[in-house]
Design a protein around this ligand. Structure first.
Ligand code: NAD
Ligand code: DAU
Length: 356
């Protein structure tokens, strides 16, 4: 069984491969990754020489390269993680998001259609697993949760391209009978996340006593999911999910951003001996993200009821593990914080006004 995993050098994809390459010795995993800014080959060191794993350094926008790979190593399952994934980058430069998230997904669907379909029938066991986000549903008010039936209403260019890719996947199911599954998950955190996202950015800034840039008043709410729980859920959907279905994944863990930052100050103080007051004083309220979604919350009852998946990590223990991981993995951190990273920090935060 050949399993194509796109974006396997990024945050969630690498955690997926680290879990399943050793666990599934009879599956042959091909990690298709262009090794962009968010990829870190150090994440994959433990499996780099595994007999059932290889890296294919390919951009999913390059259809010819994907076609050559499909001839050499035809996929049975495609688990599609590769994406431009950061909302703030999509606001400053949306083009790359349309290219990778829409055109790249389209290319992979075309590979699946060409190689799997004979008319409307498909060889048994083939699955296109599309990894998506709750951001396709837009913003919630103070109450309610997103279910699989929630209306698509994306706010950012990132969310709009993920919504477009979900629609393309469903269209291939309806039109060509392509066997697909979609998972829409809430905000992930944990080891190996590129330090542009809230939690790793705040951890590294705390460790270096830099300001903690909180958008607006920090009252936006995100529903946090530990990455290993997400990876576990994707494994369950691949194994037991139904074709043509989507599954929401979340851990019922809503927190205001300000409370997440406060919790990180406490944990970093405990691990470094810094005073909590000194760390809390680094909090800096800055100009808000345009179109900032107020609140996300996932109703994960379908995957729980139908497939028996449950999250295992509590937010407190997950945050603790995450802080420890960044403290203990400075080599990994140094490898991703290149000149391009510093340019991004300047582009996103340099001109943001401080709020009084
Ligand atoms: P990431 O940015 O950490 O990693 C993305 C990976 O994709 C990188 O390794 C990058 O090199 C690769 N990539 C990007 N463009 C590519 C291209 N054109 N060709 C080949 N490879 C390319 O992202 P992540 O946080 O691991 O997210 C993975 C997936 O999960 C994405 O589809 C994202 O939309 C989705 N998702 C993420 C979260 C989250 O909280 N991080 C939540 C829900 C869904
Ligand atoms: O909900 C799932 C989505 O979660 C994924 O689809 C995206 O790929 C992932 O990036 C994430 O999107 P968010 O925009 O919610 O994540 P981010 O970590 O960028 O921001 C989390 C919250 O923290 C959000 O309300 C904005 C705020 N924030 C973020 C940064 C980077 C700050 O206040 N300051 C910051 O510097």
């Amino acid at each position: 069984m050949n399993v194509w995993v796109t974006g396997g050098a990024g945050f969630i994809g690498s955690n997926f491969l680290l879990r399943f390459v050793p666990e599934r010795p009879n599956w042959y995993f091909v990690n298709i990754d262009k090794l962009g800014y968010a990829a870190n080959p150090l994440s994959l060191e433990p499996i780099a020489n595994a007999p059932n794993y290889r890296l294919a350094h390919i951009d999913i926008c390059d259809f010819e390269a994907l076609e050559r790979l499909a001839v050499e190593c035809p996929p049975d399952i495609i688990v599609h993680f590769a994406a431009e994934s950061h909302v703030d980058r999509s606001i400053l430069g949306p083009r790359a998001f349309v290219q990778t998230n829409v055109e790249g997904t389209f290319n992979l669907l075309e590979i699946a259609r060409r190689h799997w379909m004979r008319g409307r029938s498909v060889v048994d066991g083939r699955v296109f697993h599309h990894v998506s986000t709750d951001e396709v549903f837009g913003s919630l008010g103070p109450t309610g949760r997103f279910s699989e039936e929630s209306r698509y209403d994306p706010s950012s260019p990132y969310a709009a391209t993920k919504a477009a890719s979900d629609h393309l996947v469903r269209a291939y199911g309806k039109t060509y009978g392509l066997p697909f599954r979609i998972t829409n998950s809430s905000n992930n955190y944990g080891p190996r996340q590129f330090p542009e996202k809230l939690i790793p950015l705040m951890i590294l800034n705390l460790l270096e006593r830099k300001p903690l840039p909180i958008y607006g008043r920090g009252l936006n709410v995100r529903d946090w999911l530990y990455v290993e729980d997400h990876v576990d859920a994707i494994g369950v959907v691949i194994e037991k999910g139904r074709n043509g279905e989507s599954y929401n994944i979340g851990a019922h863990c809503e927190r205001r951003n300000i409370d997440v930052v406060d919790a990180l100050c406490q944990i970093v103080a405990k691990h470094t001996g810094a005073s909590v007051e000194e760390l809390l004083a680094l909090k800096t309220f800055v100009e808000d993200r345009p179109g900032h979604d107020l609140r996300y919350a996932i109703d994960a009852s379908k995957i729980q009821r139908e497939l028996g998946w449950r999250p295992k990590e509590s937010f407190e223990s997950g945050l603790e593990k995450t802080v420890r991981w960044y403290i203990e993995n400075r080599r990994w951190v140094d490898a991703v914080r290149s000149g391009a990273y510093l340019e991004w920090i300047e582009a996103n935060y340099g001109r943001r006004k401080r709020l009084s």
